[in-house]
Ligand binder design. Structure first.
Ligand SMILES: [Mg+2]
Length: 119
């Protein structure tokens, strides 16, 4: 699935730009949203092969956004992303397709994306 479209949702601009650059280097097409509301709007307007979703965001957090996204389309792949130690819950109880600890080293993120997309 070369040219897969990925929506990166994060309230921190430096993370959005880092992920965009790194994922575009992998050949993905990347769009950005800075909060859950914007993400839901973009998902209504267009198709994305995958959503990378920050958990800690003001307004609507990533868990709430995840539930809204899956309610609208249960087959929409979503990877949750958060800073190390920020969340200590059991992620397996959530309906996301993957979980990645946020890092400047994006290898784990890229590998998780490729696994989900079957690349
Ligand atoms: Mg955040």
């Amino acid at each position: 699935m070369k040219n897969a479209r990925i929506l990166v949702v994060d309230d921190e601009e430096n993370i959005r730009l880092l992920f965009k650059e790194e994922l575009e280097d992998e050949g993905f097409e990347v769009d950005l949203a800075s909060n859950g509301f914007e993400a839901l709007d973009k998902l209504k307007q267009g198709r994305f092969d995958l959503v990378v979703l920050d958990i800690k965001m003001p307004g609507m957090d990533g868990i709430q956004a995840l539930n809204e996204i899956k309610n609208a389309n249960k087959d929409q792949p979503v990877i949750l992303c958060s800073a190390y130690g920020e969340f200590k819950q059991d992620f397996s109880s959530w309906v996301s397709d993957g979980y990645v600890v946020k890092s400047a080293d994006t290898r784990e993120l890229k590998q998780t994306i490729k696994n989900i997309l079957g690349l």
